[in-house]
Design a protein around this ligand. Structure first.
Ligand SMILES: [Zn+2]
Ligand SMILES: [Zn+2]
Length: 352
């Protein structure tokens, strides 16, 4: 065991503050990583404030962060994919049982025995796992991703959650050249969805409540922008979409979007409103439309996504902050005052 610097919250109402946490010595299969950047995901904030207490209560102190890029500093004797000095990334998962049907299908994110990057029981040290708001971490090689060398690291960090969360359903529902794809909500997830849909060759339409986002949506790769309050604008698109990704986590009516789908079209939810959504059965029945959900992606697909980003030079649009500004960043995140993801420069932790 060794100690490393980190930022943690002591309770649901405490700000994040500098601390020291233990990490295991790398085993034969482990990669020790010096963390260079960690993105701030909305899940970090939910967990820090124990807002998902009914599904996954937070154990304190919590060290959040699951959008991690860094450099391997030490590798175990059985590690084959990494050597010291290599770029390395870690997303939302650090372990799973490897034996269940989901794991065998490469869908570790659905494993009943998965270990999340933070706030999951830690099989090695006891207590819970600590995430990426820290200087160093140790992860089983099977859950460490390779980072294409052409990607800017600050913007690459959010690919590990916001990126895979939007990439995976598009691959599953076969978004490709010639398809018409909608993106609802232009935030951390939505802006990545626009980039991916564009790079996959789709005709991309962004739905937004704020006309002020139009220019930005076009810059990110949208072909059209529809202000969702304008029913006339919405009506023009009825029955025409192959796929719509809904990244809105606030309460909202999804039926107008279901009606925009063509026959066999799919609306996938990646935002998670706390209250159940009302769905018109008619809207689904009349055109054999699909409504589904998606949650991050498996390890192999996450690697595929990173390689795709390398080939297309895709990263998140980030505002880089020192860790000392993390509490301020949380407040701004709640007001959607970030374009489009915060990325923490972990070098700042050295002076914490
Ligand atoms: Zn996340
Ligand atoms: Zn499993």
């Amino acid at each position: 065991m060794y100690n490393t610097k980190a930022y943690s919250a002591a309770s649901a109402t405490s700000p994040l503050a500098a601390t020291t946490i233990p990490r295991r010595e790398p085993t034969d299969r482990d990669v020790q990583i010096e963390i260079l950047f960690c993105g701030i995901c909305h899940s970090d904030l939910h967990a820090v404030r124990n807002e998902w207490s009914s599904i996954m209560p937070t154990t304190y102190p919590i060290v959040p962060g699951h959008e991690i890029v860094g450099r391997a500093t030490k590798v175990g004797s059985a590690v084959i994919k990494f050597k010291p000095g290599d770029l390395a990334a870690v997303g939302c998962l650090v372990d799973s049982d490897g034996t269940c049907p989901n794991c065998k299908a490469g869908l570790e994110q659905f494993c009943a025995n998965l270990t999340l990057t933070f706030n999951s029981p830690d099989k090695h040290l006891g207590g819970v796992t600590y995430g990426g708001y820290s200087a160093s971490m140790v992860v089983d090689e099977g859950f460490v991703l390779r980072v294409p060398s052409n990607l800017a690291l600050a913007g690459a960090a959010p690919l590990l959650c916001a990126g895979i969360t939007t990439y995976s359903p598009m691959r599953h529902w076969r978004v490709t050249t010639g398809k018409k794809v909608g993106v609802v909500g232009l935030g951390g997830l939505g802006h990545m969805a626009v980039k991916f849909a564009h790079a996959l060759g789709a005709h991309v339409v962004v739905f937004t409540t704020s006309p002020s986002k139009k220019e930005d949506a076009l810059r990110l790769g949208a072909d059209e922008v529809v202000v969702s309050r304008h029913t006339g604008e919405m009506r023009k698109h009825v029955g025409s979409f192959d796929f719509i990704l809904d990244a809105v986590s606030a309460e909202h009516d999804i039926n107008p979007y279901i009606n925009l789908l063509g026959r066999d079209g799919n609306l996938t939810l990646v935002g998670a409103p706390a209250k159940p959504l009302g769905v018109s059965a008619f809207a689904l029945i009349m055109a054999r439309r699909n409504l589904s959900g998606s949650n991050i992606g498996g390890i192999a697909e996450t690697q595929e996504m990173l390689d795709f980003c390398g080939a297309h030079n895709i990263t998140a649009d980030v505002e880089v902050i020192p860790i000392q500004k993390v509490n301020e960043a949380y407040d701004r995140l709640l007001k959607s005052e970030v374009k489009y993801r915060f990325s923490i420069d972990m070098a700042s932790l050295k002076s914490a």
